[in-house]
Design a protein around this ligand. Structure first.
Ligand code: ME8
Length: 535
């Protein structure tokens, strides 16, 4: 298939109803890794994140905080932007559902679909879960032995509600949706597709209630302003409102939602239904193209298997982790340790082991020992590149190419956990080579040519390893490339195939990239951070 030159990746827009926790961090770090990789690979990338700022829950939270809803969400949106800055999330645009252009689009879309008959006025009776802002039908809610009703998703109590409301005529599009799935088996993961079909579509999809009258913090519709559009239709439209869809300047929309764009939505499995059922239907109703893929990632759970979540109050803040271990260490852990696509736990032992094995002992160690030896034996100058004299060095360069090919294929396929693993395997080729050649012995025995060959090769591995790890750890890899004093033109993905251009570079002053962590001490610290002080 011909590769498209534009690439559009989005995260969910998070509810502006509390502080960011490590779960949101997870999604943004994964999306950022993909966006950075695509930029490195030469695509024209747009990376979108933002906040979902309407709804009853937010209105209530603002009241509790003694603030107007707008002032409340302003504060929260700022706190989201702050954490993304600390974590180096390289989004190109931050969308807020209270932004004027967004509100205007929601109103326009509503009017257009009302006129077409795809939206109609009806009456909604159902079970409402306020924390999740979702209505559930009788067949969907959980009922306990006392007849109490609970949300099937978050298991909290739901209340019965009935009100006049507008609906999106979803039923009409079901045959189309099934055909779309069949024609686009790559649209989202097969197991999730089966789950959507069996759980939601086959039992009979209800039309989607899209307005409320019992609260006001939403987008008022022009035709009937006591109704506000809230949550899903409002939120989903962020992906195109922020591209200027239906405004005077649609150039971004034409580029990133045009046929020459690969469109990827990254979402947690909790919101699969909205992105794989309602969103395609809404786009179909509007007559515009569908995204290429919805990548559904797993959730971070507590030890007892419960989702970490703002509203459940069990969330871990990323700040203490970043302060103690660096943003890049947290980023690396997230991408490498938690298998992309499946649920995971944040476990102190795994966290420290991963940082020590891959970052301190492998990557950091290779940088440190190679550059220290350059200082010791060659006054900090990279030796002249020569065609390798030894077969084991020739083999090393061949193995680098193999790993690079594997890494690129995995990253192109959004398999970032395996991509990260390949990148560290490449770095480990360097460590193994170093141990096999034992340059310190070669120096002692006066084998200067082999010493040069070995240190030159290690410099290449540091350079190439740093480039391919840069989407995951933008800061530490820049630091390594700066210490080695690698020129800008040799920091590109294309340049990873160009061996031999580092001759005679004067390296810069050295410092350790990653400290080796004392396991017991750090595990105790993290355990207390997560569980609170032991009694
Ligand atoms: O659902 N582990 O917002 P939200 C991993 N506003 N990821 C997690 C997580 C966890 N424990 N908890 C949250 C909403 N996430 C809507 C989205 S989009 C048009 C509207 C991540 O604040 C994950 O990506 O509840 C999940 O899908 C998203 O945050 C939900 O964020």
């Amino acid at each position: 298939m011909e590769k498209k030159k534009n690439f559009y990746i989005t995260t969910p827009i998070y509810y502006a109803s509390g502080n960011i926790h490590i779960g949101h961090t997870y999604c943004c770090v994964c999306a950022d890794t993909i966006a950075r990789y695509k930029r490195l690979a030469g695509y024209n990338v747009r990376f979108l994140t933002g906040s979902d700022e309407h709804g009853q829950k937010i209105q209530e939270k603002a009241k509790q905080a003694g603030l107007e809803p707008q002032a409340y969400v302003d504060q929260i949106a700022q706190s989201f932007k702050d954490i993304w800055k600390v974590l180096d999330i390289s989004y190109d645009y931050y969308v807020r559902t209270t932004d004027d252009y967004h509100v205007a689009l929601v109103q326009k879309v509503f009017s257009e679909l009302l006129e077409k008959g795809d939206i109609y006025l009806g009456k909604y009776t159902g079970w409402y879960c306020t924390p999740d802002e979702t209505f559930w039908s009788d067949s969907q809610v959980e009922v306990d032995e006392h007849g109490n009703h609970f949300c099937p998703d978050c298991h909290r109590p739901v209340k019965q509600d009935s009100e006049e409301a507008y609906f999106l005529n979803v039923k009409k599009f079901v045959p189309w949706l099934l055909e779309f799935y069949e024609k686009n088996p790559e649209f989202f993961a097969k197991d999730k597709m089966n789950e959507m079909i069996n759980t939601f579509i086959k039992p009979g999809l209800e039309d989607l209630c899209i307005t409320r009258t019992s609260f006001s913090w939403g987008v008022p519709i022009k035709e009937d302003p006591k109704h506000v559009v809230y949550v899903w239709i409002d939120a989903l439209l962020n992906y195109i409102s922020s591209l200027g869809y239906k405004t005077k300047d649609e150039s971004l929309f034409n580029t990133f939602w045009g046929e020459d764009s690969e469109i990827i939505h990254l979402v947690g499995r909790d919101i699969t239904r909205f992105h794989t059922i309602y969103w395609p239907i809404l786009l179909k109703a509007l007559g515009i193209r569908e995204p290429d893929k919805v990548i559904v990632h797993g959730l971070l759970l507590t030890k007892s298997g419960v989702k970490l979540s703002k509203s459940l109050g069990n969330a871990i803040s990323p700040y203490p982790l970043i302060e103690r271990y660096s943003a890049d260490s947290l980023r690396y852990y997230i991408v490498r340790e938690i298998e992309f696509g499946t649920d995971g736990n944040f476990t102190p032992t795994q966290f420290i082991d991963r940082l020590n094995s891959d970052l301190a002992n492998s990557y950091g160690n290779l940088v440190n020992r190679t550059l220290s030896m350059l200082n010791k034996y060659f006054q900090g100058v990279v030796p002249e590149f020569k065609d390798p004299m030894n077969d084991f060095t020739k083999k090393l360069y061949e193995e680098i190419e193999v790993k690079l090919t594997q890494y690129n294929a995995l990253m192109e396929d959004f398999k970032i956990t395996e991509g990260a693993s390949k990148a560290i395997e490449l770095v480990n080729l360097g460590n193994k080579y170093f141990d096999d050649v034992a340059p310190w012995t070669q120096a002692k025995n006066g084998n200067i040519d082999l010493l040069k060959e070995c240190l030159y090769a290690a410099c290449e591995i540091i350079r190439i390893g740093s480039i391919i790890l840069s989407p995951i750890m933008p800061n530490k890899t820049k630091d390594a490339l700066d210490q080695e004093n690698v020129p800008e033109e040799l920091r590109t993905l294309a340049s990873t195939h160009e061996i031999g251009k580092l001759s005679n570079i004067h390296i810069n002053e050295l410092h350790a990239l990653f400290p080796r962590l004392k396991k017991e001490e750090e595990v105790a610290y993290l355990t207390e951070l997560i569980d609170g002080p032991s009694k």
